[in-house]
Design a protein around this ligand. Structure first.
Ligand code: PLP
Length: 227
């Protein structure tokens, strides 16, 4: 990977955070590294990036172990961003910083159980299928509301926000989806969470500027960093 190119791409994304976000100081750029091995992550670390997103539990565990051994003093934050299978939670439960994609009760219960075994509380985001498309992962809002009383009782998970994947190719068409997620966040904060849902994970390479305008404070950027 050509370092200069990555640096230029990073600078552009960071400039856009300043331009598009109403609160740029709150925005965390998650460098999605699922396409590459540890060498690219090392380059990104050199540029001051410390938060990485991966979507395969076993691969994530291997990368985590590599960096823990090589740079034990670096405080690297690992985010799980893709569809998480229940039987894979055990690989990431000991160290994961944030799981973005909690979308069913059985998965939350497994995360809670594994967190307990590891003596920790795991931060999670609830993935909402805002558009209601069947092909999309994520809770339909109504189903989430049915599970919510149970979720609020689990002691080893900490729900700190919401995540969505925009369904459209056309970035401008994502705006309503992002806006809707932001308004769900507001509503849930008022009614159940007392302001505790502070994170909104939305926006990828194609549409992160629009997500930022709509209030995203976690953006998950992959391809744009490497092109
Ligand atoms: C791969 C992936 C991303 C990054 O996508 P890019 O288009 O490469 O920016 C973001 N979020 C999730 C859930 C992903 O799986």
């Amino acid at each position: 990977m050509e370092e200069k190119r990555i640096k230029k791409n990073l600078d552009r994304v960071q400039e856009n955070i300043e331009i598009y976000s109403p609160k740029p100081e709150d925005v965390i750029l998650i460098a999605v590294t699922k396409y590459f091995g540890v060498d690219v992550i090392e380059e990104l670390l050199d540029f001051g990036i410390d938060t990485f997103g991966e979507n395969k539990a076993q691969v994530l565990k291997e990368k985590y172990e590599y960096f823990k051994e090589k740079f034990p003093d670096k405080d690297i934050k690992w985010h799980f961003i893709g569809n998480l299978q229940k039987n894979k939670v055990k690989y990431i439960a000991p160290f994961i910083t944030l799981i973005h994609s909690v979308n069913k009760l059985s998965l939350v219960e497994e995360i809670d159980k594994r967190a307990k075994q590891n003596n920790r509380v795991i931060d999670v985001l609830i993935e909402i299928n805002v558009s209601g498309e069947e092909s999309k992962e994520g809770y339909i809002y109504h189903d989430f509301m049915l599970d919510l009383p149970h979720l609020l009782k689990l002691e080893n998970i900490n729900i700190i926000g919401l995540m969505t994947m925009a369904p459209f190719i056309e970035p401008e068409a994502c705006r309503s989806v992002f806006g809707e997620l932001a308004s769900i966040q507001k509503d849930l904060n008022k009614r159940y969470f007392n302001g505790k849902l502070t994170k909104l994970s939305m926006g990828m390479s194609n549409d992160y500027q629009i997500a930022l305008e709509e209030g995203a404070n976690l953006i998950r950027i992959g391809r744009k960093l490497y092109e």
